[in-house]
Design a protein around this ligand. Structure first.
Ligand code: MIC
Ligand code: SF4
Length: 754
């Protein structure tokens, strides 16, 4: 049911020839990334090698995966594309909409009632158009993909920024917006700039308390949240081969936190073991037959400086466990320094919650290692000081860890198990007392820790660490607790030192599951009815966006100048708003409500230039829209960092914002804006950001000549009558200018298939 071995064999059958051609074209040995990219070209081989970071390339991905919070909008768009069936194997995963409150069973039952309309919609669209549907409770998209679909040398896109999790099994798996997924499902290529490459050489071996998570926490500290933008990270070396496949998945997953396009690893024994354990011996056999194509050429790894644009080397034997945070995933502190740094920064050191699991860290290895720490607490009479929760990544993992006694153990330690879903990781956490907005600290093994993300409280300081370290810290209740050196007092008053974690890479008794939660689509879906009620609050059919009138934009007012970090969580918040992910007008009421207004340092309070009054961002924007007045959003660096949610681009489009002008963009968000027919621009001179004032009006003077590589001129009129003329850059190629002209990329597809 789950995967298609013939599709995989077909990919492998073509690889030999394509890789030979690519080697001849580049006239040198190849990295793994180049092998996978060049064997997935949608068009003929080019006459010259692609230029990294410059050439736009059309690729032909093997699969598409979507999660429920993004699939709704993607599928609503697909329904407009005029196709009967998806062109490549595709799946939808119901994971984001389940709220974590009481515990797995109750929460799942509640979700099935509250989200019924959306689940019915997803299930029927899947059935109609030939997509596999993983029902609520089946697990989190990235874990389910790893267990069922990922394969070395493959290429996949997914409407979720953590899709690169599948890089753990040697895939090029990339997070995209729904409109990109629609292209591929409609049988068109997926376009992306040929990435630059970072080689990460891992030497030595993890030991003691260090886990794969610490590798990516360290890398995030080195590269920062924007250091990976435009890059694929390729991990290699003996250290890489010593990691489990799921450990590699964790590293790939969190590549999203540094903005990387994806991360990948060469095929190795750990992957073979994982395929066998997940009952995919045939994938292992097929991959073994072409194994030289599924890893980089030895020359590339022997002399990485020549093959990669940047090289990082990490000695795993010396790596320390890390805690990253608060409020940003790249603030990396080795555990031995946390106490000191926390004091300097005034971070609350009492830990209220330890949360393990999520798509990032819920493998059998993670859980068994964390459980070995929990067991010591139970056996040695240590009272657990923080609350503790576990979110399994899939039903298969949950069923297996329950069978092997780990759930029981966590419960004995005082922990709670949430449903196999995103839950607290995405603000779907009904945390008691969060509304009081008290300053507090939590530690989790998830990937993101932006303000308000887990519980909606802006004062929650969230730190990211490995599950084993989170468990130890939860037992101690103290942020600075260093299990390598510190002791804890037990109920008899004895000083106890925790032993380093031990665990199993894979379940010794194999994986097991009763009902994995998969729904196979109907063979012939033509008769399946898809229901979207006209008065629904959660689903709304889309109306195509207006095409560009071909004229310069003039008289555009500044809606907001956002200061500092403006992630997709600031632009289109998740948590309670997830319920409107299928209803563009309703979700637009969250547009930019988290962004900080540079003129008053407040969120959701901007000046309405029509009456001088301050109002909520969406309200003010709706007033401009009502009067047909175009507006501009101005932002700082790495604007739109984080999620793939295209709502962050569709909401401003729907409400009449015309331009987003920033110092720099995160990759997925920039593409999302382009696809939805918005103008995504960057300041040629970053300092021009400072020239923008609260009452500014923008006139574009040469947009009528919009062309690739040609900067755009903007006249900025200030309230005092003075003017500044500034230049803005863009990265639109001819095709993307076509989207802009048509009003959106989808308008073009729909016209073609009409
Ligand atoms: C996230 O981790 O932020 C999410 C929620 O999974 C998002 C997708 C979404 O907003 O639906 C992502 O990472 O792309
Ligand atoms: Fe879900 Fe969190 Fe993973 Fe996103 S990062 S897919 S919200 S578990």
């Amino acid at each position: 049911m789950a995967f298609d071995i013939n599709m995989i064999k077909k990919v492998y059958a073509g690889m030999d020839e394509k890789i030979k051609t690519a080697r001849a074209l580049l006239n040198r040995p190849l990295t793994l990334t180049e092998k996978i990219l060049y064997s997935h070209l949608a068009d003929e081989f080019p006459a010259k090698p692609f230029e990294r970071g410059k050439s736009y390339v059309n690729f032909a991905p093997d699969r598409v995966a979507m999660q429920d919070a993004t699939a709704q909008m993607a599928l609503l768009q697909f329904m407009q594309a005029g196709k009967d069936k998806v062109a490549v194997p595709s799946t939808v995963h119901a994971d984001h909409l389940i709220q974590a409150k009481v515990g797995a069973n109750d929460d799942l039952k509640t979700a099935e009632v509250t989200n019924k309309e959306v689940y019915d919609f997803l299930s029927s669209v899947c059935n109609k158009y030939g997509l596999g549907f993983w029902k609520p409770g089946a697990g989190i998209i990235h874990q389910v993909v790893l267990e069922n679909y990922a394969f070395p040398g493959g290429m996949m896109i997914g409407t979720d920024s953590h899709t690169p999790n599948a890089g753990g099994l040697g895939m090029i798996a990339v997070g995209v917006g729904g409109a990109d997924a629609v292209d591929v499902m409609a049988g068109m290529p997926w376009e992306v700039k040929f990435p630059k490459l970072i080689g990460v050489k891992l030497t030595g071996k993890l030991n003691g308390w260090t886990a794969p998570k610490d590798i990516i926490l360290k890398v995030a500290g080195l590269l920062t949240v924007k250091g990976g933008t435009g890059y694929i990270l390729e991990y290699f070396g003996e250290g890489a081969q010593s990691l489990s496949a799921t450990g590699k998945g964790t590293i790939g997953n969190m590549g999203a936190e540094i903005g990387a396009t994806t991360s990948t690893f060469g095929f190795d024994d750990a992957m073979v073991r994982y395929f066998r354990a997940t009952k995919r011996d045939d994938v292992a056999e097929a991959a073994l037959e072409v194994k030289e194509h599924l890893t980089g050429d030895p020359e590339a790894y022997a002399d990485p400086e020549k093959y990669f644009d940047q090289v990082i080397e990490i000695n795993l034997s010396e790596l320390e466990p890390h805690l990253n945070g608060p409020f940003t995933p790249d603030l990396a502190t080795p555990i031995s320094k946390v106490r000191e740094v926390a004091k300097e920064n005034g971070w609350p050191t009492k830990v209220e919650f330890g949360l393990i699991g999520s798509c990032t860290n819920s493998s059998y290895e993670d859980i068994s290692r964390a459980a070995s720490i929990a067991k010591q607490a139970v056996d040695k009479g240590l009272k657990v000081k923080s609350e503790f929760t576990v979110t399994p990544g899939s039903e298969q993992v949950r069923f297996t860890i329950e069978r092997d006694g780990y759930i029981d153990l966590f419960e004995k330690m005082g922990g709670r198990v949430f449903a196999n879903a995103c839950g607290p990781c995405i603000g779907m956490w009904a945390r008691e007392g969060a509304d009081k907005q008290e300053k507090n600290t939590i530690v989790h093994s998830f990937n993101r820790n932006f303000a308000k993300r887990a519980d909606g409280n802006p004062n929650t300081h969230a730190f990211v660490a490995s599950p084993e370290l989170v468990t130890a810290i939860a037992i101690s209740g103290e942020l600075g607790f260093n299990p390598l050196t510190d002791t804890l007092k037990n109920d008899k008053g004895e000083e106890i030192k925790l032993e380093p974690p031990t665990g199993y890479e894979l379940p010794p008794k194999g994986f097991d599951v009763k009902d994995a939660g998969y729904q196979e689509p109907a063979k012939d879906g033509t008769g399946v009815e898809v229901v979207v009620k006209p008065d629904s609050k959660r689903l709304q059919l889309l109306t195509p966006f207006e095409p560009w009138d071909g004229k310069n934009i003039t008289g555009a007012k500044l809606l907001i100048k956002a200061a500092g970090k403006c992630t997709t969580d600031h632009i289109s918040m998740a948590g309670p708003w997830l319920r409107f992910r299928g209803h563009l007008d309703n979700i637009s009421d969250n547009m930019l409500i988290g962004a900080i207004n540079a003129f008053n340092q407040e969120s959701n309070k901007v000046k309405n230039q029509l009456n001088g009054k301050y109002g909520k961002v969406p309200d003010v924007q709706r007033e401009y829209k009502a009067q047909n007045i175009p507006t501009v959003v101005v932002g700082d660096h790495n604007y739109g960092e984080g999620s793939s949610r295209e709502h962050a681009a569709m909401e401003p489009r729907h409400l009449g914002v015309k331009v987003v002008l920033v110092k720099s963009f995160a990759r997925i968000h920039e593409t999302n804006l382009k696809k939805q027919g918005m103008l995504a621009l960057t300041f040629e001179d970053e300092n021009d950001y400072d020239k923008i004032q609260e009452d500014d009006v923008f006139n574009f003077t040469d947009l009528e000549a919009f062309a690739p590589d040609k900067p755009v001129t903007i006249e900025v009129e200030h309230a005092d009558g003075t003017k500044d003329t500034i230049k803005a850059l863009h990265t639109y190629n001819d095709q993307q200018i076509g989207w802009y002209k048509a009003g959106s990329a989808l308008n073009l597809i729909a016209a073609k298939n009409a």
